[in-house]
Structures are given as C-alpha cells and as structure tokens.
Design a protein. Sequence first.
Length: 98
Amino acid sequence: MSKIAIDKLEPGMRLAKPVENASGMVLIGENTELTDDLISRIKGMDVDSVYIQGMSKPSVPIEVMLAALDERFKMAENEPHMDILKKIFREHIEGLYG
C-alpha cells in the first residue's frame, strides 16, 4: 500500500483505503479501480493524497539512499545503539530495492 499524491494518480490504480471527507464520510470505497472520471472527481475534493494498492518503488537510486544514511549517522559512528539503528535502516532500504 502506498500513499500517492492526487496529481500522481493514474487510471487502473486501485484504492487500498476508502477516500473520506473531513468528517469521515466515505466518498469512494476501498478497492475501487480509478478511472479518468474518478481521478477528476478526487481532484475536485478536499483531498491531498490517497492510499493505493501495491508496493511503491523508490524514485531515488539505492546508492543515493545509502549515502544519505551514512551521512546522517556519521556523527554517531562510535555509539553502539546508533549502529544498531543504522543497520535496521540499511536493511529496510535494501528491502525496498530487493
């Protein structure tokens, strides 16, 4: 399941969660396949993003993600707890690309 900005929606995508208004009223049900007409209607609602079925693919190369991770943990290289956290994040990033 991925949270997608309204301007990135495409016909054929399926909603993973219903689209609701501010008071929780369901406007479009879960598992609905999006069409051009539905996408236009969603754009007219006060909704920023929706949840779509399927796994999203990262738009940034893995090398860039891992370099950013190394940079963020650079100041804490000798702290054991931070090494554990860095390893967890590295495994998560590698899992996104695997």
